[in-house]
Each structure stands twice: as C-alpha cells, then as structure tokens.
Write a protein that binds this ligand. Structure first.
Ligand code: PG9
Length: 619
C-alpha cells in the first residue's frame, strides 16, 4: 500500500518561485533604508543565464566587498537569510549576492548533481567554477560600490560551490569559508559511507532535487518512514514502482554501486600545485550529513598549502549548526557557551574582514577545535595533532567489558548475534520522520541521541569500561578493527564509540546514564579487499575489518564510562545488506535478504578493538 500511495506523489516539484519572490521583495521593500535589491539574470560564457539577487547596503560609506553564495535550494528567502543566518556579516558591511545554480529554480540550463570539476588544462568545459568566475566578472562590472573583492561561503552544497570556485579562481575571489562541504559522496558524505548506501537521505534528497526545478518533498503515506522503507523491500522496487527511471541521481546510484570512475571523478581533488585562495574549512563533530567532506578537503588542501592559507575550525555542531542560533547545546548535550555565535563573531567576521577589507589579522591557529566534555576551544598546530597524543587500544573483553588490556589466552572468545534484515536496528528512535519533514524532523540531531534506545537489543553488542578515575581526553584519529565472521556471504559492520554518563547526574536526571555517541561509522563487508571490487565473504571465516571512525576531540569525564557498540544495521539511514552476496545490491531479489549469525571476536588471536588518540596529561 505504501508504494501505491507513493505513486500518487507527483514528479512535478512544488516550488512557486514567483510567489516566494514577491514575498522576498516585499520584505526588502519594507526596509528601504537598508538595502537596494536587484534581481538579475547573469549571462554565463555559454549564454545560459543564472538568476541572482544582489543586496547593496543603501548609502554605503565606502566601497564594500561582495559575499557571494551559490545555491541549489532557491534564493527567494535571501532577504530573510541576511537578517538571520548572515546577520553578523550584514552588520559588518557587505554586499550580498545569492545565485541559483544552473538548472535550479530561476536559473536556466541543466542541473547536474555535484557537477564534476573540469580537469586542469581543460579550457572548454563548464563547471561550477566557471559559473562562479563568470558571475564574479559580471558583478565586478555591474554592482555599484563594490571594492573589487569577493568572498564565498555557505553550508554544504553552498560550501561545495565555494570550494569549486577556488580551484581555478577568479582573481577577485580573495577568501572562502566553506562549511560542511562534501568531498566524496561514496566514501563518506551524503550518499554512501564506505560503500554502505545512505538510503533515506539518498532517496529523499535525489527526489527533492530532481523531481522538478524547485524543491520537492516526497509524499510518504506515513509519519514513521522506518516502516515505509521496510515495506519497500529490495531497492530494485524504487525504479520499478516509484521513480520509473526519472530521477537521474537515483539511476546513478543503481548503475554505480561500487567506487568506480563515476564516483572517483566526483571526489574532491586539487590539480594545481598550490592552494591559491585562503580557505577556512568549517566542520561539526555531530554533522549528520557531511563531516568526512570538510575534514578531507582541509587535509587535501594542506598538502598544497605553501603559504599558510588553509585553516580548520570544528565545533560541536549539527549540519550547518554554526550558521544559526547560539550553539550552546545540541539535543540534550550542553556546551556551556554559545559556540556558534563564537564562530560567527570571533572567527568568520575577522576572517572576511581581513581578506576582503584589509582589516586586522585574525587570531587563528592552524586548527581550532571545540573539545566537548570539557567544553572548551583548543588550538592546534596541526590536525590531527602530531605530538602529545598516544594511540591506545580499547579491547573488547569477556563479560562485555572494555579495557586497555589485550585479551589473553588462546580461547575462541567471541560474542555473537543474529542480524535479521527483516528486523533492522533503527538508527534513531522511532517514529523516524522524513529528513525534511515540514512538521519537524529529529534527523538533524540523531547523532547525539541517547543510545540506550537500542542498547540491550539482541542484535546490538555492547562492551563497557569501568568508571574512569580521571578525565580522559582524545584528540585525533579514532579507528576500529573488528575481527568478525558471518554465516552469510556479506555483512555490514557498524561501530559506535560512546560516552556513558554516570548513573547520577545531579540536577539533570535524563542525563543519568546517557549514552552519547562520540564517534561512529559503518563499513560494508563486501569492500574489505578494496572499494572498487566487491567480494563475497567466506562463511565462517574470521576476517579483519579495519576502518576509520574519523577524528574527534572530546573529554570523557571522570566517573564516566567508555562504551563500544557493534551492530549490523542502521535503518533506514543505511540500506539493508542482504547478507547474501549479490553483485549489485540495488538489484537484489527480496529472497536474497536472509538472517545471518555474526560473531565479533575478542581473543588473543583476534583482538577486536577501537584505537583512540589519548592526549597525554601535560597537554
Ligand atoms: N548535505 C546536502 C548535500 C547533498 C548532496 C550534495 C551536496 C550537499 C546539503 O545540505 O546541501
């Protein structure tokens, strides 16, 4: 029945740019003293015109730089955005330009999801970089009172368009501050993580972007999408019953399940020998969409940063969390200070003021990270830190214990569970609203949810340490190495490093015993020999699965416990692994989905563990 309802959802898009445009202009008109607004179509080199709204402060005292934002999400709310998300910058004095990228909303041309950057030396192709270049050239000539300097910024897709503009930059592009820009959609950002497909996001986002020129919401026939996705069955049913091959990105998912040239071509890379544009990379520790991306971009640019232009800021934020609100809490977790406001006022404002107006010099270390738990900002000469950190292994032990002592003896120590694709573990507590559900969705804070909602399930294994006798701070790379077997021929492995609060948090009962996920990741077993070539797992074989849980800077407080959980489904965030090897999971048959018994070993021979970067006490 859910499919029948979904069929009724139109593929037409729901945006009404004209009406929204009216509303935005209305807002701007009510503030004639503040902005002169123009709504223009800027011609690109191939004749395609891109809709751009330009806000020039009325009666500026001096020529001003332009802050340029290129978005696939529409620019009708840009007047409101200036007064909310970009308020601090607006008050500091900038011209703002918001542009619909090719093929979206009011812009001409075709939309291509994450249009690959043209290669160095290719002077004929178009990409987001050439569109940015052409727009900047036009604005320098046509926007009154500009000072000839442009900065780019924005969250996620907008961060990515900023990064793309900086690869072969227009000379007037003097600084960028990309926030949560994706870098690699298959390895770690929105669409897959280590080859495991991000079903709910991939499905809903592809539909939103490609069902029409505006933003479309897929019409689920129920509030709890967990049951909808479960009822869907094999992913082959999506094109057969719902999308009917009309959503290009979904077709790409089905045609490119592995890390092939298609995805590699879209992954962030820098062809030029030197980083040219000062770049402030911004990431959030609990970013539910793009955490891999900004960290990878920072790391990649660092190799080409000959002049010290590349910086990193990581705060305790959800996706885009630094842009809005005070940032003093995320879900139930408090940070004791307004971290997002701090970023906007103390980091972003000086960053652009220096590069675009020649004012001051920002007091920025190479990497600035917020250390949740101890709730303070920390400054680093490198990220991850090269000194003052000891990599220590947290071993899974008998009796569900977790400690720094390696297991002893030759026994076949393991814990096991049955992973049943018919009953996948939910990734957040149900009901699981659609990602962008207009009535509100818990999507954006799922990474900080109390993991007790799955702890104790027979298909979730938990190992826990004794209470800590002193604070334990980590800074740098967290990795997992599982030794595991399955009775099936494919399996997903999910590892979660958790901070368990003490049983009595005085004055805040809901936090008592809270299980906060600090680091987590999924690895699709079929890719253990390489991401380009999936291979069946031999039933019963004990195999190593090493994978990254990314970097983190966090303090586990005295009296807290460390916990690791392992499970094999995270639904519907990640599609169900059939657990029977098939060449392409997007065309699996419903009968391929079978329960399997998985074992996680914790013996001297097969010591499963999580490695954490412990900051040595003098730090
Ligand atoms: N995470 C979003 C995104 C999806 C796909 C591509 C690029 C970005 C976003 O928030 O824009």
């Amino acid at each position: 029945t859910c499919i029948a309802f979904a069929l009724a959802a139109t593929l037409g898009g729901i945006a009404s740019p004209a009406a929204a445009q009216e509303a935005a202009l209305e807002t701007a008109r009510t503030r004639p003293a503040q902005w002169t607004v123009s709504d223009v179509m800027i011609p690109m080199r191939d004749g395609v015109k891109l809709r751009t709204k330009i806000f020039v402060p009325a009666n500026p005292k001096a020529a001003l730089p332009i802050l340029f934002l290129r978005t696939p999400y529409g620019i009708d709310d840009s007047a409101q955005a200036i007064e909310s998300r970009y308020k601090e910058l607006a008050e500091d004095g900038y011209i703002f330009a918001f542009q619909d990228i090719r093929g979206k909303f009011g812009s001409e041309g075709d939309f291509v999801m994450l249009r690959p950057a043209r290669k160095a030396g290719d002077t004929r192709s178009l990409d987001e970089g050439t569109d940015a270049w052409d727009s900047i050239a036009w604005m320098l000539k046509n926007v009154p009172a500009n000072n000839g300097r442009v900065g780019m910024l924005g969250n996620s897709y907008l961060g990515w368009t900023s990064v793309m503009a900086s690869l072969e930059p227009h000379p007037a592009l003097k600084a960028i501050a990309p926030m949560a820009s994706p870098a690699d959609m298959w390895l770690g950002d929105d669409f897959y993580h280590n080859g495991a497909f991000r079903l709910s996001y991939g499905f809903e986002y592809a539909y939103m972007m490609e069902a029409g020129k505006g933003n479309a919401q897929f019409a689920f026939d129920r509030y709890d999408t967990y049951t909808w996705y479960l009822g869907l069955g094999s992913l082959a049913n999506v094109n057969r019953d719902i999308f009917r091959n009309r959503i290009a990105t979904w077709n790409d998912f089905t045609a490119h399940p592995d890390y092939d040239a298609f995805w590699q071509r879209r992954a962030f890379a820098i062809d030029t020998a030197e980083l040219k544009v000062p770049t402030l990379n911004v990431a959030g520790w609990w970013d539910q969409e793009d955490f891999y991306g900004p960290m990878k971009i920072y790391e990649t640019l660092e190799q080409r940063d000959k002049r010290g232009l590349n910086y990193l800021v990581v705060g305790p934020w959800k996706h885009g969390g630094a842009r809005v609100g005070p940032g003093d809490a995320l879900g139930a977790i408090g940070f004791d200070s307004a971290t997002a406001k701090y970023y906007r006022e103390r980091i972003e404002i000086p960053w652009f003021a220096y590069h675009l107006k020649g004012q001051g010099k920002p007091d920025l270390p190479e990497a600035l990270t917020f250390e949740a738990g101890s709730n303070r900002w920390r400054r680093w000469d490198t990220w991850p830190p090269k000194t003052g950190v000891e990599q220590r292994k947290l071993y899974f032990g008998a009796g569900r214990s977790l400690s720094f002592s390696a297991p002893k003896g030759d026994g076949e120590g393991f814990d096991s569970y049955v992973s049943d694709p018919a009953h996948p573990v939910p990734y957040r507590h149900r009901p699981i609203q659609a990602t962008y559900f207009p009535g509100g969705s818990a999507w954006s804070t799922w990474l900080v949810e109390d993991q007790r909602f799955v702890d104790g399930r027979p298909d979730v294994l938990t190992w826990e340490s004794a209470p800590l006798e002193a604070d334990l701070t980590i800074a740098g790379k967290v990795t997992a190495k599982l030794f595991a077997s399955t009775t099936g021929s494919d399996a997903d492995w999910i590892v979660k490093l958790i901070d368990v609060y003490p049983e009595h948090v005085s004055g805040n009962w809901p936090m008592s015993g809270y299980q906060l996920m600090v680091s987590s990741e999924v690895f699709r077993g079929r890719y253990r020999q390489g991401f380009e070539q999936p291979a069946a797992i031999q039933a019963g074989a004990v195999l190593p699965y090493p994978f990254s849980l990314h970097t983190q800077n966090y303090t586990f407080r005295k009296g807290h416990r460390l916990m690791v959980q392992v499970q094999s489904s995270w639904f519907p965030l990640i599609d169900r692994n059939p657990q029977t090897f098939v060449p392409n999971i997007f065309s699996a048959k419903d009968s391929d989905f079978r329960p399997a018994t998985h074992r996680i070993y914790r013996s001297a021979r097969y010591p499963s563990h999580v490695t954490i970067p412990v900051v040595t006490p003098m730090q």
